[in-house]
Design a protein around this ligand. Structure first.
Ligand code: BGC
Length: 753
């Protein structure tokens, strides 16, 4: 593939699609024919009318100016004597609207395609056909297409010849790489569960599941009749269709029928939704058997399954899996519906351990970490979103340099190494990890601490007042704690790779000492320490934030910023703060992923289960009790009185808090990978049964084989059954303290409850 061969339409068609056409006829018998296609924008390729490959939304979302993927197809089995290759293109992420600021043209002014047909003749001869000005260009029935705003497909469209393609000098410099990520493909086809009329008189279809993808209609209607639909995740308190939380994203589909039986669905757009509203519909009865919601996400192999005897926890787990499906669409997005759908680094790092339990996410993350390396700034900064979509916006807007967001650079490679035992996750990313850590080292106003800066803080935590986006924990403390954690991970990664990490180990010790001196006193976080004004604008400044919060204690314990002697008192203080807050958590994005682990490690497993099983807000089950089918962005996105949090920031499909599932696998079922022998070659089986769950059934397909952990209560006894794959080793620890190291096999135990 040659990056010089990008072509575009001779007429700028804006947000309408065009098709690039090439006729070709092999001159003699062929051995094989392959096609490579790329686009700045999106493409769908067809040979003799037949769609190529299972992938949709190709070639995915990358940092296009640094790496644009191309997709390879084998044309051999479909080849005729005379062939027509048609590549339909659309603006997609690169050229259409992307980012919450109505940005368009983030990566290019116009969409462009690049293709190469490579023919290998039976006699050994070769021929290459590339995109050039011999290709012709036609208009397409897709008269409008945008990721956020939807698509208009007009089957009465009269195709117009636009002339010959022209070279695209802008795209010519965009480096091409073979597709790295998993294909984005269609998955479940959900049937509607109801069609009803809202109090406002809107006709609404409910698919029963919040999801990402699009709706397909099979219909025969009069020529010119239209289907117009909008999408929604929830109904409001009165039962009306609610779209305000989509902000500027229109999610509007318009289909114009031509009198024949047609199948409609978008080609270059997707939506996050559970409901659709029929804004216009042909004059025929709505036949629900011909309407399906198709889930679309990166093609990942399912690896983990968890279920128990508590239907609410099962629903929570289900919601998390759907949160992952909905948000793993080529990049890990924050949410799939509003005018974001961006690769927020903080959300991704929070969830990635859970993600690698539910699915095999190796190629998904290998690709996204490639984008992260490409978009890391020369001073080591990893910004809030990857791909860094705002890099080329003209007013210089940027997401923040934030602790716990940029730390995705160290946490994700390490988590992938833990889950898969593949050192290349560390070696490929070691430079990036080092540069990020060096940036942290240089960022703070005082050596060994990260003081100051503009962070997202303990995002959406509940301890700084009702309408605050950030919690009460001091940014300085969070940032310095993550600085220490990232260095610690860098040291561990370097040692796995056989590098001398003594300098960084020493640095880690100094950071820990300084952290303790600055933020702690007598083994406790200080109530007060000098606070740096960390955030400007409307967001509260650090001077209102504190050192003694649940999140602060969780970070100190989880990142080992204390001595072993100090642990019990810190854990007791955490328990006290949970009680002070009415036996509830106050943690946000930063503290939530670790709080149950910290409690369990401190021997407070009962309290951890109490939080897990809590149904008041803030809790995981609050949303379940309010009918959620995916994880909500806020603990209380819908408040007790039925009102919504705010229209500005209220997604019902935000996976971050779904990170609790790694506790279900790791503690409730007790399956945890070890760092000394990762990829589950050696793992621990240390389940912590709880009567409220009655039983647990958990299976995990790892690269070391199939693992199972089951337990159930019978009277005053608990029965355990474990499967350890051949060739692997497991350290079993039962709740009564019994320990055993076992090799492959099936093992049964009984203990007193
Ligand atoms: C996103 C979050 C993200 C955050 C940064 C939001 O708009 O939806 O999930 O991490 O910005 O704080």
């Amino acid at each position: 593939m040659n990056a010089q061969n990008f072509i575009t339409s001779p007429v700028d068609m804006g947000s309408a699609s065009v098709s690039f056409i090439k006729h070709f006829a092999p001159s003699r018998a062929v051995a094989s024919v392959t096609l490579c296609v790329s686009a700045i924008g999106l493409f769908e390729a067809r040979l003799n009318g037949q769609k190529l490959g299972r992938g949709v939304l190709t070639p995915g979302f990358t940092s296009y100016r640094r790496r644009t993927q191309y997709v390879t197809y084998d044309l051999t089995p479909m080849l005729l004597g005379n062939n027509t290759l048609s590549i339909t293109a659309a603006p997609g992420w690169a050229v259409g609207t992307i980012g919450y600021r109505d940005n368009i043209h983030c990566y290019a002014e116009r969409y462009a395609v690049n293709a190469e047909i490579s023919i290998l003749y039976a006699d050994g001869g070769t021929q290459s056909i590339v995109t050039d000005d011999s290709w012709t260009v036609q208009t397409s029935p897709i008269e409008y297409s945008d990721i956020y705003h939807g698509e208009t497909v007009n089957l009465l469209h009269k195709v117009q010849e636009l002339g010959h393609a022209v070279p695209d000098p802008e795209a010519a410099g965009y480096p091409l790489i073979p597709q790295q990520g998993a294909d984005i493909t269609e998955h479940e086809r959900l049937a509607p569960i109801s069609l009803f009329t809202t109090p406002k008189g809107e006709r609404v279809i409910d698919f029963g599941q919040n999801m990402t993808g699009y709706v397909e209609f099979r219909i025969k209607a009069e020529a010119g009749e239209r289907i117009v639909i909008t999408h929604a995740e929830v109904l409001d308190a009165d039962g009306n269709f609610y779209t305000e939380n989509y902000r500027s994203a229109k999610n509007l589909m318009t289909y114009v029928c031509d009198g024949k039986e047609n199948v409609f669905k978008p080609t270059f757009s997707f939506q996050g939704f559970r409901y659709i509203r029929l804004d216009e519909y042909p004059n025929v009865e709505v036949d629900l058997s011909n309407i399906r919601a198709i889930a679309v996400h990166s093609d990942m192999r399912r690896t983990g399954r968890f279920s128990c005897g508590n239907p609410k926890i099962n629903q929570l787990y289900h919601n998390t899996v759907w949160g992952q499906k909905s948000n793993y669409l080529d990049i890990p997005t924050d949410c799939p519906q509003r005018d974001e759908r961006l690769g927020w680094t903080g959300d991704a790092q929070v969830f990635c351990r859970t993600a690698a339990l539910n699915y095999d996410v190796r190629s998904f993350f290998r690709k996204w970490l490639g984008d992260m390396r490409a978009d890391q700034l020369s001073n080591g900064v990893v910004l809030g979103i990857i791909p860094n979509t705002f890099e080329y916006v003209k007013d210089g807007y940027s997401t923040r340099i934030s602790a716990a967001w940029g730390d995705a650079a160290t946490i994700i490679p390490w988590e992938l190494y833990r889950a898969y035992g593949d050192k290349s996750f560390l070696s490929d990313n070691f430079d990036m990890m080092t540069k990020w850590v060096e940036y942290q080292h240089s960022a703070g106003s005082e050596e060994y601490l990260w003081l100051g800066g503009r962070h997202y803080g303990d995002w959406l935590a509940m301890d700084a007042g009702e309408d605050s986006y950030v919690g009460a924990t001091a940014n300085d403390l969070i940032a310095s704690a993550f600085f220490a954690h990232s260095i610690d991970l860098l040291v561990r990664a370097g040692e796995v790779l056989g590098k001398d990490m003594s300098q960084y180990r020493e640095l880690h010790a100094k950071i820990k000492a300084k952290f303790r001196e600055y933020f702690m006193e007598n083994g406790m976080p200080r109530e007060e320490f000098p606070l740096t004004e960390s955030v400007s604008g409307k967001t509260p400044v650090d001077s209102v934030r504190k050192g003694i919060t649940q999140t602060a204690l969780v970070l100190i314990l989880h990142f080992d910023l204390c001595t072993d002697e100090e642990r019990p008192a810190l854990a007791d203080k955490l328990e006290e703060l949970i009680h002070v807050y009415g036996d509830l958590m106050t943690t946000g994005f930063v503290g939530t992923p670790y709080i149950l682990h910290v409690l369990n490690e401190a021997g407070k497993t009962e309290l951890a289960y109490k939080l897990l099983l809590e149904e008041r807000s803030p809790s995981w089950l609050y949303s379940v009790m309010h009918g959620a089918t995916t994880m909500w962005e806020h603990w209380n996105s819908i408040k007790e009185d039925g009102s919504f949090w705010s229209t500005a920031m209220n997604s019902f499909n935000h996976y971050a808090y779904g990170s609790v599932c790694d506790w279900l696998y790791g503690v409730a079922a007790g399956i945890t990978a070890t760092e000394e022998d990762p990829g589950y070659r050696t793992f621990t089986l240390s389940p912590k049964p709880c009567r409220a769950l009655e039983h647990v059934d958990c299976t995990l397909d790892t690269l070391s084989g199939h693992i199972e952990s089951h337990w159930y209560y019978k009277g005053d006894e608990v029965y355990f059954e474990f499967t350890v794959p051949d060739g692997a080793k497991a350290y079993i620890t039962l709740p009564n303290g019994y320990k055993e190291t076992v090799d492959g096999g099936v093992y049964h135990y009984t203990t007193k409850a």
